[in-house]
Design a protein around this ligand. Structure first.
Ligand SMILES: [Ca+2]
Length: 252
């Protein structure tokens, strides 16, 4: 199990750490995920959660712990949650600092089922997030049905955002829409300073990606202060650029 930070650019602290499945000998998540069958899905989902919570407790995580889950691995939301809550109590990790990411790119067989899961989780004070938003099948429909606490904008939409006016326009409208609905936006897969600054300019506060930190096995990587300073400085410069009157305005 590895952890990757979601950084709060405004406060300069970790907003959350996302738990990511990794094979024990190293390698990609795909190698593990490919071995999951329809029968083992539920047990796998449950054991990943418990492992993530135990590690968060052991590592003294002070931020939110974000856990991915497969909506189709959850049958009875209340029963499924019992092990999760037990694990959190056992290691003294507050359940209000647990966040659950449901991927939007895997078609959920039953939107009502997904809504029931999210409603149950939220009743326990947990944080809900739609993952890979914009990559999948039903993004806006899903949002119309249920408003999570967090939307994670898909990395393909964030790629080269600083140089791609079309992607920027799409991202801006999703960010504004989430703002209207009271949903926080996390942007994932950020690899360059230009992408980070362009998203900061669009008002995004929470960023995740290799630019900030790669996932680290059983540890909580910090983000370099230099990177944070560089994002802030470039963002402030672009605010100044925007506020400077153009020569035409200045003459009036
Ligand atoms: Ca995720």
């Amino acid at each position: 199990m590895a952890f990757q930070p979601i950084w709060d650019i405004e406060n300069g602290t970790a907003f959350a750490y996302e738990a990511l499945v990794r094979p024990s000998g190293g390698g990609s998540a795909l190698e593990v995920l490919e071995q999951i069958t329809e029968e083992s899905r539920y047990a796998f989902d449950q054991s990943c959660r418990v492992k993530a919570i135990e590690l968060a407790g052991a590592l003294g995580m002070q931020s939110i712990l974000s856990i991915n889950f497969l909506p189709n691995a959850v049958y009875q939301p209340a029963a499924c949650l019992r092990k999760t809550i037990d694990a959190a109590h056992r290691v003294g990790f507050p359940t209000t600092r647990l966040m659950f990411e449901v991927t939007e790119s895997e078609p959920s067989r039953d939107p009502a089922h997904l809504r029931a899961i999210f409603t149950e989780y939220r009743a326990h004070g947990m944080i809900t997030a739609i993952d890979d938003f914009g990559a999948g099948h039903s993004g806006l429909n899903m949002l119309a049905d249920f408003q999570p606490n967090i939307v994670k904008l898909d990395m393909a939409l964030c790629r080269n955002l600083d140089r791609d006016p079309v992607r920027r326009a799409i991202a801006r409208s999703i960010i504004n829409l989430c703002g209207d609905l009271g949903i926080d936006v996390v942007c994932e897969g950020i690899e360059t300073l230009g992408e980070a600054v362009a998203l900061r300019d669009l008002g995004v506060r929470y960023l995740q990606g290799f630019l900030f930190a790669k996932p680290a096995i059983e540890s909580l990587p910090e983000v370099s202060k230099d990177i944070l300073r560089a994002v802030r400085a470039a963002h402030e410069d672009s605010l100044l650029d925007r506020s400077e009157p153009t020569p035409r305005q200045a003459c009036r």
